[in-house]
Structure formats: C-alpha cells, structure tokens
Write a protein that binds this ligand. Sequence first.
Ligand SMILES: [Zn+2]
Length: 344
Amino acid sequence: MTKTISPPTTDISAPAALTRRPRRLRRTEGIRALVRETVVRAEDLIYPLFVVPNERPRVEIKSMPGVYQNRVREAVDDARRASDAGIRAVLLFGLPDYKDGIGSASWDPTGPVQSAIEAIKRALPDMTVMADVCLCEYTDHGHCGVIVDHEGVKDVDNDQTLPLLAKQAISFAAAGADFVAPSDMMDGRVAAIRRALDARDMPEVGIMAYSAKFASGFYGPFREAAESTPQFGDRRSYQMDPANIREAIREMELDVEEGADMIMVKPALAYLDVIRAARERFELPVAAYNVSGEYAMVKAAAERGWIDGTRVMGEILTSIKRAGADLIITYHAVEFADACRDRL
Ligand SMILES: [Zn+2]
C-alpha cells in the first residue's frame, strides 16, 4: 500500500498528534521560566553551621569542602554571609570542650552553641536560629542517649535520655533559639521537650522534629564535622531502617501528635518518596535534610570534572522541593543563593 504525503495544512481536523507539541513551551528561556513549576528560593533554605570552642582553630572539614568548624565569631560571619545571600535561617551544631557519658556539656550556658545563638541573634536579630538537640556530639561514647548495659549488651536507654534532651533544649531556648530540633530518634522526645519548654514559660519556642531519620551511610562526612562517630556499635536500634516508609509515616504521626511544629525527613535524596508521602499526609511544614554525604558526592565529582557541580546542586535541590519539601536544610545554601542571584 502506498502512502500519500500531503502538504502542511491549517486544517483543524489535522491529526491530534501533530497539534500537540509540548516543545512550544521549551522554545526559549523566557518561556521556560514562565511555565516552570518548581522554584527553590533562598528563603526555603536552612544553612547548617558547626560551632567549636573559641580555643580551637577554624578548620575546613576535609570531606565537605567549603564547610568549616567555626568559632563563635566565625559562625556569626557565616550567618551574616548567609543573610546577605537571602538565607533566613541557620541550624547550629556544637562541639564541646569536654565529653562525658551523659553529654552534660550540652546544657552548659556558656557552651559553643549557646554562645553562638546569643551572638547571631545580637548581630542578626531577624535571622531564625535553630539548634540541633542531640547528645552524640557531647557524649564520650558518641551515641545519641544514655548507655545501659543489659547483661553485657550495651544499648541506648530511651527514657533516661528524655530528660537530658529536654535540659539541652531548654538551655538552647534560654539562649534565644527560635526552634529546637531533636535529632536523636528517642520515642516521646517531642512531647518531653514541648512539656519542658511550656513548663518554663517558653511556649513561643518551636520544635522542628527530625521525625523520619534513617540509619544512613550518607551521614559519613557529618561525623567528621561533628566528631560524633559512635565508639561502639551503630545507631540502628534508634534510627530507622532505610527500607521502611510506613514506619516513617508512623514516626511522623507521633511527632505531630506530640506537638512538633515542623516534621523532617533525613536524608533527602534517597528518600524523596518519603518526603512526598509526608507532604500528602500532613499539613505541617515538611523539612528535608540534604545531608553531608549528598553534598560530598557532588563536591567530589565536580572537583574531578566529572559533573557540573553548580548544575547538579540546582537539580538536587529542585528535586527535593518538587518531592514536597517546604524547607531544605543544605550545606549548599549560600552557594545556591549566590548562584541564583548571579543569574538575575
Ligand atoms: Zn545524635
């Protein structure tokens, strides 16, 4: 059978296949910008900062180029750089002077995090300051709670840990933190912290809960940054199994019931489906943590010339927002905000 080819026509009865041309919307950058569905703004980003005691030097973290262990004044400088780039929030992690079995340095009112909260709030009153609440940076064993020995088997005791987390949260709140962010994955910690804050007349201090925090290999570089590697065992008895999404939803439900103001999924990139499920299920703001290993992979590959780091950074942050995250905690924050501004 021979096929006749007819000349182009304006006949409106032309086959549908010829009239549907999605490429029209991709023809120029102007048109692409008009129809872009997901845009990451500087205001969506939270910039993590590591604070060390003032006696220690400022050190760049080897596996996280561009990220430093800062003394208080340098943390203020970094927060100011972030603010200048349009970032509205920072999340603080602390490395104490001393470590012990219960992480008591974490509620020292003169500790690095407390001092940095005060200094950043003084220098940048409009900056939202969040403080990570956990014991692992402050304990000599590197676990996120109190260790008990059950006939030779060591484990983290849930209920003995709760009052210590509450004590730490109170201390950060008293220093001026707008939000405390429990990352320990103990059962009942959000309720314990909420009760403690309210009992001390600090109802305005919010809780951003690390609700679905998975036991992940992507945290490797962070442990160098926060000097929080467990001295024995691992964190699988409290952080979640990477295979479980129904359990992640259950964890988020509990944190919402216990009074969390925001819920978080961590890590982000290998857990985009969990972020999507959180978005569909809950009305609260959903945060996602674009963790150290995700950052390190981009930096390492870009350094070798294997990928375009800036482009991949944009694609990753967009994917996290497209999956449903309202807020993204990321070491790329300032770099991304600067890159966006340069494009304008
Ligand atoms: Zn921890």
